[in-house]
Design a protein around this ligand. Structure first.
Ligand code: PLP
Length: 453
C-alpha cells in the first residue's frame, strides 16, 4: 500500500504512533500532528494538502541544487545497478569514492588532500575528534588531547558531536560528555560586543578567548580548536572578518590544530567552495556533509590536511575507526553528479557575485526596519533575522523563542518554509535561488512579520 491510500489524518496518526522524530517534543507532536511533505520540485516543497511552499531552508541546509534533479537520480540508478555496495575496509576500494576524494582535494585549500568518508556530519566530527587525538599520539604527545570549542556550537548529535557542540540542553540530556572538551565564548557581536567596541576589535577579543583557554590548559595539552566558520544551528552567527585569521594565528603559535566544521558552509553557501576560502584560512581538517550530495544521499567527507595525513602515512599503525558505509559507492556517485551540477551552473560564483549581495541588500532594505526586527545579517546565502520587543534596547520577548515561532508559523502559512531557533529566524536557501525568488521570500517574510506584530 502506498501513502496515497492514507488520508492526512491517518498518516499523522501512524506517524505519532510509530515514528520518533529528531529534536521534537513528542507530546506536542502528538497533539499537533506532523506536516507531511510529499514531493518537491526546484525551490518548492509540496505538502499532502497540495500547498506549495518556497523552501528557504534547503531542507536542512542541504538541498543546494534544488529538488527534482534527474541527473542525481540517474547517477544513483546506474551505480546501484553496477555496484550498489562494497566497502573500503581491509585494503579494498571502489571507483566512486576514489574519484570523489580526488575531486574534493582539488576543490579544497592546497594543503588539504585526503578524505575520510562517513554518512553524516555527526559521524565526520566523531572521526575528526578521533583523528586529531590519534595524530598527537603518533607524534609522541598523547597528553595533547584537549579540544577547544564554542558555547552554542552545533557539531552533531552523536555522543562525540554533542560533546564537541556547546548546546547546554543537549549536554544535560547526554549526562556525561566526552572528557577534555572545553567551550569558550562565541563571536556574536550583536549580543556580546561591548559598548563602543568595533566589529574588528570584538573579533579579536572573541579570538583571544581561545588563546586564554589554550594558556589555561597549557599548549602542551591542547590538541585542537573546532568551530563552524559561521555558526548555523546556533543562529547564523557571523563572526567579524578579524576573527578567523586571528584564530589561525593563535593555533599556529601554540601548535594547536585548526578544525573547521563546514557541514553547512561547505560547497558554495558562502560564495566560495569552502568558507575557509571566504575567511582566508587554511585548516587542518574540514568537516563536510549535507550539500556534498545536496541531501540526495547521506554522505559526509572529512577533508584532512597534509600535516595529519603525512604523519598517518609515515608513522603507520592502524586507525581503529570506520563505518560500514564509509565511501558508499552510490552516495559518492551522487556527490560527483551533484558537484558537476554546481560547477556547470556556476552556482558558487552566482552566490558570490549576484544572489549573495542581492540577498544581503534585500534583507537590509526590506526587512531590517520592521519594528519586530533587531538585526538582519547574512553571508552568501545564509541569513538571520533577530526578533526583538524593542529595537533600541534589544530587549527580547519573554517565552524563550516563542515570538520567533509565531513569525515562522505565519511564514509557513504564507508559503515560506524557514526556521526559528531561539529568537532568531534562519534562512539557508538552495543556491539555485534567483533575485526573483529572494524578492518573493522577502515579501512573505514581511507579511509574516506584519501578522505577528
Ligand atoms: N555540524 C554542523 C555545523 C551541522 O550544522 C550539523 C547538522 O546540522 C552537523 C555537524 C551534524 O550533521 P548530521 O546531522 O548530518 O549528523
Amino acid at each position: 500500500m502506498t501513502y496515497q491510500n492514507y488520508s492526512l489524518k491517518q498518516l499523522q496518526q501512524v506517524d505519532a504512533a510509530h515514528h520518533l522524530h529528531p529534536f521534537t517534543d513528542h507530546k506536542e507532536l502528538r497533539e499537533a500532528g506532523s506536516r507531511i511533505i510529499t514531493r518537491a520540485e526546484g525551490p518548492y516543497i509540496f505538502d499532502s494538502e497540495g500547498n506549495e511552499i518556497l523552501d528557504a531552508m534547503a531542507g536542512l541546509w542541504c538541498v543546494n541544487v534544488g529538488y527534482g534533479r534527474e541527473e542525481l537520480a540517474r547517477a544513483a540508478y546506474h551505480q546501484m545497478k553496477e555496484l550498489p555496495y562494497y566497502n573500503s575496509f581491509f585494503k579494498c576500494s571502489t571507483p566512486t569514492p576514489v574519484l570523489l576524494a580526488k575531486r574534493l582535494a582539488e576543490l579544497a585549500p592546497p594543503s588539504v588532500n585526503q578524505v575520510f568518508f562517513g554518512s553524516s556530519g555527526s559521524e565526520a566530527n566523531d572521526t575528526a575528534l578521533r583523528l586529531v587525538r590519534h595524530f598527537w599520539a603518533l607524534e609522541g604527545k598523547p597528553q595533547k588531547n584537549r579540544i577547544i570549542s564554542r558555547k552554542n556550537a552545533y557539531h552533531g548529535s552523536t555522543v562525540a558531536g554533542t560533546s564537541l557542540g556547546g548546546m547546554e540542553p543537549m549536554h544535560q540530556q547526554l549526562g556525561g560528555a566526552v572528557p577534555n572538551i572545553v567551550h569558550v565564548m562565541m563571536p556574536y557581536a550583536y549580543e556580546l560586543a561591548l559598548p563602543g567596541e568595533s566589529d574588528h576589535e570584538f573579533g579579536l577579543r572573541a579570538a583571544k578567548a581561545v588563546e586564554d583557554a589554550i594558556l589555561e590548559a597549557g599548549p602542551e595539552n591542547v590538541a585542537a580548536f573546532i568551530g563552524e566558520p559561521i555558526m548555523g544551528a546556533g543562529g547564523v552567527k557571523i563572526p567579524p572578518m578579524s576573527y578567523w585569521p586571528e584564530i589561525e594565528r593563535i593555533c599556529r603559535k601554540y601548535d594547536v590544530l585548526l578544525m573547521l566544521d563546514e557541514v553547512i558552509t561547505g560547497y558554495g553557501r558562502t560564495g566560495e567552495w569552502f568558507a575557509a576560502q571566504s575567511f582566508g584560512i587554511t585548516p587542518d581538517t574540514i568537516t563536510t556533509a549535507k550539500a556534498l550530495t545536496s541531501g540526495y544521499q547521506p554522505l559526509s567527507a572529512l577533508l584532512v590536511g597534509d600535516r595529519i595525513a603525512t604523519t598517518l602515512t609515515e608513522k603507520g599503525g592502524e586507525f581503529y575507526h570506520g563505518y560500514t558505509y564509509s565511501g558508499h559507492p552510490v552516495a559518492c556517485a551522487v556527490a560527483l553528479a551533484n558537484l558537476d551540477i554546481i560547477e556547470k551552473e556556476g552556482l558558487v560564483e552566482r552566490v558570490k557575485n549576484d544572489t549573495g549581495p542581492y540577498f544581503a541588500q534585500a534583507l537590509r532594505e526590506r526587512i531590517a526596519d520592521h519594528p519586530l526586527v533587531g538585526e538582519v545579517r547574512s553571508f552568501g546565502l545564509m541569513g538571520a533575522i533577530e526578533i526583538v520587543r524593542d529595537k533600541a534596547t534589544k530587549e527580547r520577548f519573554e517565552g524563550d523563542g516563542r515570538a520567533a515561532v509565531v513569525v515562522r508559523d505565519h511564514a509557513i502559512a504564507n508559503g515560506l518554509m524557514l526556521r526559528a531557533t531561539g529568537d532568531t529566524m534562519i534562512l539557508s536557501p538552495p543556491l539555485i535561488w534567483t533575485r526573483e525568488t529572494i524578492d518573493l521570500a522577502c515579501e512573505r517574510i514581511g507579511k509574516a512579520l506584519d501578522l505577528a506584530h
